[in-house]
Design a protein around this ligand. Structure first.
Ligand SMILES: Cc1cc2nc3c(=O)[nH]c(=O)nc-3n(C[C@H](O)[C@H](O)[C@H](O)COP(=O)(O)OP(=O)(O)OC[C@H]3O[C@@H](n4cnc5c(N)ncnc54)[C@H](O)[C@@H]3O)c2cc1C
Length: 439
């Protein structure tokens, strides 16, 4: 009997696991259980709509999905349509690959004011994720503050400052494209509590900010150190490149382009200002000592009508599994959680790293499964058949991979050539489309 494996979540971590398992030579039967009708997790719902080449990785994932041993159960949510305990009773191995979909809180007064969003929600909105398509952020503002100096903060700032021509080649949903183009925003502040050397953005993303047609990046020369200081060789090269790019930005002119992205370092947000709605952010100037930012007692305000906090993510607690609240992950030993239960990707490691950082997790867990089931020789639970029976009893509406391919084709056609796609942004629309196109 093949080893039956259920992978909960079809983002990068789930796909790398399926790829490693299905390439191992072991007799395995692999089922993806995915809460959305669409696969690929943050590749679809997180990676920026103007970074289509990054999204191309899904073509590789598709090859895995189409393997004979692999099945996709889309629109099936663990915790709603089937419990984790049920899955564990049906499958030899269950792999948690559910990611980290929640925003970390800023933890400062005023963060619940209207106009303040976490990047998970805001990025989900501009990516047409069904959970967030109705977020409706008011972009009718002159200035926006993005809190955070990582790649997600840069994505958010960049998307707000793109021109109509630039946006026309993205897969932004129509509502988001319209909101961005109608926005009078002129100043976007990207703020970090520590200095430029501590900023997490990668150099390609940073340099891109200097090449936008309608927006100029601005950096205060006095915030740049003379050198990156003592660092391991690899980090040093990366940081030196960033420093060089930031130095180039210092020479840019305030009125060069209609919009400005200001990089503001040594700025710790302490309060969101305003009444019901945000009117600004109060910051405390910091200094960095021994890698830690400490307040200097000097405060300043940046007026704005929109705040997006891009300060990191956390996972949801999963019923029936231990959860480390502090780290926001399922505690595990190199991917092993309990007998027959494994974790990969952001739910395993926390929300760090790039897409390919999830690959080793998948490879490791595939090895664990091989070793835990008699060298890949022995499965004992029914897996797929039992799940299909249970979901049929519950009248769950399963979206298969073939269904997804129909949705994908429709989205691509709706893109009209120049755009890669116009996405379905509600589950209802996806299911209705599939109902209308049954054959
Ligand atoms: C805004 C943003 C932009 C990024 N841009 C880049 C980039 O440009 N380049 C890069 O290399 N990396 C980028 N990353 C990082 C990359 O996206 C992550 O490393 C990767 O997606 C993590 O993979 P994962 O499989 O752990 O989680 P996810 O990609 O989040 O996948 C989790 C999947 O689990 C599903 N799921 C959740 N709960 C359940 C449930 N109960 N039942 C069933 N299914 C469930 C979700 O719907 C989702 O499909 C970005 C991350 C973010 C947040």
């Amino acid at each position: 009997m093949p080893i039956s494996v259920a992978i909960v979540g079809s983002g990068p971590a789930g796909f790398y696991t399926a790829d490693a398992l299905s390439s191992s030579g072991d007799a395995v039967s692999i089922d993806f259980i995915e809460r959305l009708p669409t696969p690929y997790g943050l590749i679809r719902g997180g990676v920026a709509p103007d970074h289509q080449t990054t999204k191309n990785v899904q073509k590789k994932y598709e090859k895995t999905a189409l393997k004979e041993q692999v099945r996709f159960f889309g629109n099936v949510e663990v915790g709603r349509d089937v419990s984790l305990a049920e899955l564990r009773s049906m499958y030899d191995a269950v792999v948690l690959a559910v990611g980290a979909p929640r925003d970390r809180a800023l933890g400062i007064p005023g963060e619940d004011k209207k106009g303040v969003f976490g990047s998970a929600d805001y990025v989900g909105w501009y990516n047409g994720h069904p959970d967030f398509r109705d977020l409706n952020p008011n972009l009718n503002v002159a200035a926006a503050v993005v809190i955070g100096v990582g790649n997600v903060a840069i994505d958010v700032a960049r998307l707000l400052s793109r021109s109509a021509d630039e946006l026309a080649e993205t897969d932004l949903p129509e509502y988001a494209e319209r909101a961005i183009l109608d926005s009078p925003v002129k100043d976007i502040w990207t703020c970090g509590r520590r200095g430029p050397i501590d900023a997490k953005f990668t150099n390609v993303e940073l340099r891109e900010m200097g090449k936008l047609s309608e927006s100029v990046p601005l950096v205060k020369a006095e915030q740049l150190p003379d050198s990156v200081g003592e660092l391991p060789e690899r980090d040093k090269r990366l940081k030196e490149r960033n420093l060089e790019t930031l130095r180039e930005f210092c020479a840019r002119k305030l009125d060069e382009k209609p919009k400005r992205v200001h990089f503001e370092f040594y700025a710790a947000p302490v309060e969101i200002l305003g009444g019901d709605r945000v009117e600004g952010v109060r910051f405390e100037r910091t200094r960095v000592e021994g890698g830690r930012a400490t307040g200097t007692g000097e405060f300043f305000d940046i007026p704005c009508g929109l705040v997006i906090a891009a300060i990191g993510y956390r996972s949801d607690r999963i019923e029936g599994v231990p959860f480390d609240d502090k780290q926001g992950i399922v505690p595990n030993n190199d991917g092993r959680v309990e007998d027959g239960l494994y974790a990969v990707g952001w739910i395993k490691r926390g929300p760090t790293g790039v897409i390919s950082s999830n690959r080793p997790d998948g490879v490791t867990v595939a090895e664990h499964i091989h070793n835990d089931f008699a060298g890949g020789a022995k499965g004992s639970k029914p897996g797929r058949k039992a799940l299909e029976k249970l979901l049929a009893e519950r009248k769950a509406r399963i979206v298969s991979f073939a269904d997804w391919k129909k949705l994908e084709a429709a989205e691509s056609e709706a893109g009209g050539g120049k755009r890669p796609r116009r996405k379905f942004t509600t589950v209802r629309d996806m299911l209705d489309y599939l109902d209308r196109n049954r054959n």
